[in-house]
Design a protein around this ligand. Structure first.
Ligand code: NAP
Length: 254
């Protein structure tokens, strides 16, 4: 038996949709993927200017990018996002990055409405988007395969900071979804993995929470968005060709 590992496939960079791709971690992911030669569909919901600016900067640098508005809470807008992204070429990847923390209050003050919004964006949307991606990338549907990366959080295992328990529960659900979907499409050319960041410097993390990193993070600091993007790009690349159903923690040891 040949004990040498197979050479990873040298798949050419393709087209990746990054939900919430114009701010925070999503901005870093879109930027890094474009640098690596991917066409990037930069999704946004409300902030058009940073999405248009990023798409413009990528195009000026010789890359391919489109800023596409779609509220991920709306199933019909998710479909439109995928249809528009096809203008860049054949889809090879999806990054389910868009997410919200929801209303930061104890469970006895949460309402059905705030929970619905949280679950629609953090869980239902990634599932619906993954469905659209599978329909396009699966060899079962005539596609050529691809990769999906979901953004989880260390909160999935820690239970969340005070007031963020429902948020943490959505991230635990994303990890279970990642493992299950990976099994479902493993023989159809699609790999599905997740990245679980720890405290990362973005608009999602208020300064008092970022300060917590000095004490609760073994490395004593918050993460930088580029440090999360590197893990996502790795999981989309042929370098991770034997990885599926994995959750990669990027948390400074937390
Ligand atoms: P952020 O800076 O608050 O950005 C959130 C992004 O999600 C924005 O681009 C936003 O787009 C988009 N978004 C929100 N609602 C949307 C909707 N309905 N439809 C489409 N896009 C929507 O957040 P971040 O810190 O970069 O977080 C990115 C991901 O990493 C999230 O899934 C988050 O849970 C996860 N994460 C973050 C941390 C952290 O410490 N920052 C830690 C662990 C996990 P608009 O600007 O257009 O609204």
């Amino acid at each position: 038996m040949n004990s040498n590992p197979p050479t990873p496939p040298t798949q050419a960079p393709g087209v990746v949709i990054v939900t919430g791709g114009s701010r925070g971690i999503g901005h870093a992911i879109s930027t890094l993927l474009a640098r690596r030669g991917h066409g990037v569909a930069i999704n946004y919901a409300s902030t058009a200017a940073p999405a248009e600016e990023l798409a413009h900067a990528i195009t000026q640098a010789g890359g391919r990018a489109l800023a596409i508005r779609a509220d991920m809470a709306q199933p019909d807008e998710i479909r439109t996002l995928f249809d528009r992204a096809a203008e860049l070429g054949t889809l090879t990847g999806l990054v389910n990055n868009a997410g919200i923390t929801g209303t930061r209050v104890r469970i006895d003050e949460q309402t059905a409405q705030t929970l619905d919004t949280l679950f629609n964006i953090n869980i239902r949307a990634p599932m619906l988007a993954a469905g659209e991606a599978v329909r396009r990338m699966s060899t079962r549907h005539g596609g050529s395969g691809g990769a999906i990366v979901n953004l989880s959080s260390v909160a999935a295992r820690l239970g969340g900071l005070p007031g963020l328990v429902p948020y943490a529960a959505t991230k635990a659900a994303i990890e279970t979804f990642t493992r299950g979907l990976a099994n479902e499409v493993a023989r159809e050319g699609i790999r599905v993995n997740a990245v679980a960041p720890g405290l990362t410097a973005t608009d999602m993390v208020p300064p008092e929470t970022a300060k917590l990193a000095e004490t609760v993070v073994p490395m004593g600091r918050v993460g930088h968005v580029d440090e999360i993007a590197q893990a996502v790009a790795f999981l989309l690349s042929p370098a991770s060709s034997y990885m599926t159903g994995s959750v990669m923690t990027v948390s400074g040891g937390r």
